[in-house]
Design a protein around this ligand. Sequence first.
Ligand SMILES: [Zn+2]
Length: 162
Amino acid sequence: MAALHGQQNRLYIPHSVEQEMSKHMFASLPMEACGVVLGEAAAGGIRISRFQPIRNVAPDPLHHFSLEDAEWIRCVFNEPQLIGLFHSHPRTAPVPSIEDLRSLPMFAGLLQAYLIGSPKLTPETQPQMMLNAYQIHTGNDQSSESKPIAAYNLYPAQLCVT
Ligand SMILES: [Zn+2]
């Protein structure tokens, strides 16, 4: 992690890709939407190049998301540029929930970027998405006395729409 020292984490996303995420999120309402983002980590930040929606197969898709297994596995094996996860919070702010943090170990070894979108609540001429970006960090939890566990955390990243 030394490379990240003194440097603000940035996440670059093309406007067109952000629009695709937004469309997918609004089309999925009132359910949570999810998918993966492809791109690469370069000096100065993560550059996203594509969004790939994945079906939400959670038993309660109004309040949870669960990536459809076959589509997720296909991405893991066939997409060398797999770099992040996107999901939406249709009714709450686009910040990680306790459950989001709990499920991080499922993805954290594979992904570096974590994106959450929410519909903007103020009336707009066009529906807009609030999008928050986070970077996934790994660190050993030394505070646990009996068994040290790998702890994953989300650090806010600066989102730059290009
Ligand atoms: Zn969430």
